[in-house]
Design a protein around this ligand. Structure first.
Ligand code: MCA
Ligand code: AMP
Length: 510
């Protein structure tokens, strides 16, 4: 595939002449035409710097610069590696190294010292590099570039069951398959306005929300952070809201405590939405019902993963099944299988397997992980599920106790344990997820202090916990920091010495 045959870039091109508003952010409105024009300008500068065909990291606040930078990297023939400002410097540096990006495109809206790291930093504003560099990378050979074909559109990082995040490359066709399937299933069109409240380093915020709306010619209103009052203010003019369950809960909690007249006014705004979706984590039925009470619709719950895009969804029209993430979307094949890989009967739990055009081809530079993730052409999700009547699917949980879903973010217990293990007070540590009304699951770290630190920890355990959390916050994004750190004399282990996490969870809940 070449640049000219990318369906994603065709969508950009298709809207390039449109003066309609593509994006509303803190700076006001910007059109599809301006977005495309600035992206082309910036792409020309990236090419001039020799970056065609390479991986380029992108960091921006959630505003027009993110979108312009994204399209510019694709137009220059490169791969976008979104690096979130939510990651503190050491984590950013690690992701940049692991991504093998050739440069770091940084919006001028970020602080001046942002991304002082291992890579060449290219600061940009309004489709222009502020200091266009001389050639950074050797001029790529056009013939070699053509022979290699188009590199992935996106490289995203996810936490797994090992101590290191995995890179998930997604090709132009894979991203497009996801965007197009959802665009059709949800009837996204130029008449829509999406209220965008999701971070821009995951499939949900990038593909399901932003690209879905943009490629359909819809307007997107980007909010810099999730504040229920601000969400309600913006709702009046919007037609679509996509959220994770934690955000729905915050909105409903906020609405329900408003005085009656204000609540009625806010509910009117919610009722103007033609579509409210929920995903990234299980939507508790009681929460769905509370939102339905206020908005007049049970949220459309759908299921996806970074590696596969969105592959299961409730219907746009017709009854949605509470507690279920829906039926396989068009073009997506789903199997639910037992340990031998045999399909289970409806009502029986098994592992969810996925095949389809949006499924990725393998982890970045990790053949062993890729081999382990596929079987008979299907991606093995690691989620336990069951078939319900009428072809609906219910997600029952994760097969690995080391994966925690907190507020829609996937957290790796192993990654957090490895980080905490680097603190001088930590002799041993286990991180687990406990059920939580606000976060779905909340991460809790159980720590055994070193002999040297024991007296200090025992004199004031809450202060020691706060200090450990603060220390970790300098190293990983705030959402990865366990909500609680508790100090124990020992961890439950089996005869082989392995920590018994189910037992630990039971003890923590007792
Ligand atoms: C923030 N904090 C969290 C989380 N988010 N802690 C645990 N889990 C979290 N998810 C921490 C903050 O660091 C802070 O810590 C404290 O909680 C309060 O933060 P607050 O300001 O209230 O939170 P926020 O910044 O408003 O964030 C809450 C959020 C956010 C908006 C719900 O978590 C979020 O954007 N979640 C969406 C994640 C997402 O898009 N996932 C998609 C991946 P302290 O008090 O210590 O300072 S899944 C995907 O892409 C697939 C394809 C799919 O199916 O969609
Ligand atoms: P991520 O790897 O961050 O893309 O997260 C993907 C994971 O989110 C899936 O493997 C599921 O565990 C979870 N997930 C996404 N949507 C849903 C849903 N509707 N119900 C339950 N879990 C979900």
């Amino acid at each position: 595939m070449s640049l000219s045959s990318s369906p994603l870039l065709a969508a950009l091109q298709g809207h390039a002449g449109s003066r309609r508003t593509a994006l509303l952010d803190g700076l006001g409105a910007t059109s599809f035409e301006a977005t495309a024009r600035r992206a082309h300008q910036l792409a020309a500068q990236l090419r001039a710097a020799g970056l065609s065909g390479g991986r380029v990291a992108l960091s921006s606040l959630p505003d027009r610069s993110w979108l312009e930078g994204f399209w510019a990297i694709l137009l220059s023939g490169g791969t976008v590696v979104p690096i979130s400002p939510l990651h503190p410097p050491p984590e950013r540096a690690q992701l940049l190294r692991q991504s093998a990006a050739r440069a770091h495109l940084v919006s001028a809206g970020l602080p001046g010292d942002f991304a002082q790291g291992p890579l060449h930093r290219l600061v940009f504003e309004q489709g222009q590099l502020l200091h266009p560099p001389a050639l950074l990378a050797s001029e790529p050979d056009p013939q070699a570039l053509r022979a290699r074909g188009l590199p992935p559109a996106l490289l995203l990082f996810i936490s797994g069951t090992t101590g290191r995040p995995k890179g998930v490359p997604l090709s132009h066709e894979q991203v497009w398959a996801s965007v197009d399937t959802l665009g059709q299933a949800w009837e996204m069109s130029a008449a829509d306005r999406l209220l965008h409240v999701l971070p821009l380093h995951h499939v949900h915020g990038i593909c399901v929300a932003l690209l879905n709306a943009f490629c359909a010619g819809a307007c997107t209103e980007l909010l810099p952070r999730y504040e229920p009052a601000r969400v309600l203010e913006s709702l009046g003019e919007c037609s679509v809201l996509m959220s994770v369950p934690t955000q729905h809960k915050r909105l409903v909690d906020h609405l329900e405590q408003l005085p009656a007249a204000e609540q009625a006014e806010a509910a009117t705004r919610l009722r103007q939405l033609r579509l409210i979706t929920s995903g990234s984590a299980k939507l508790p039925e009681t929460l769905g019902r509370r939102l339905e009470q206020l908005s007049g619709q049970y949220p459309l719950e759908r299921y996806g993963m970074t590696e596969v895009g969105i592959v299961i969804g409730n219907p746009l029209h017709g009854p949605r099944t509470p507690g279920s993430c829906g039926r396989p979307l068009p073009g997506c094949e789903i199997r639910i299988v037992d340990e031998s890989g045999t399909d289970v009967a409806p009502g029986e739990p098994g592992e969810l397997w996925i095949r389809g055009a949006s499924v990725f081809s393998g982890y970045d530079g990790d053949e062993a992980a890729t081999r382990a993730a596929f079987s008979a052409g299907f991606f093995k999700s690691g989620d336990t599920a069951q078939w319900l009547p009428d072809g609906f699917i219910q997600i029952l949980g994760r097969t690995s106790v080391d994966i925690i879903k907190s507020g829609g973010y996937k957290l790796s217990a192993v990654e957090i344990e490895e980080q905490l293990g680097g603190h001088a007070w930590v002799h041993d540590v286990a991180v687990v997820g406990l059920p939580d009304e606000e976060w779905g699951e909340r991460a809790v770290a159980v720590v055994i202090a070193t002999a040297e630190a024991r007296a200090r920890v025992e004199s004031d355990p809450p202060a020691a916990s706060a200090e450990l959390r603060e220390w970790l916050k300098q190293r990983v994004a705030g959402y990865q920091v366990p909500r609680a750190v508790t100090w124990w004399p020992e961890l439950p282990r089996n005869a082989m010495g392995k920590v018994q996490k189910p037992e630990l969870i039971r003890l923590l809940q007792a």
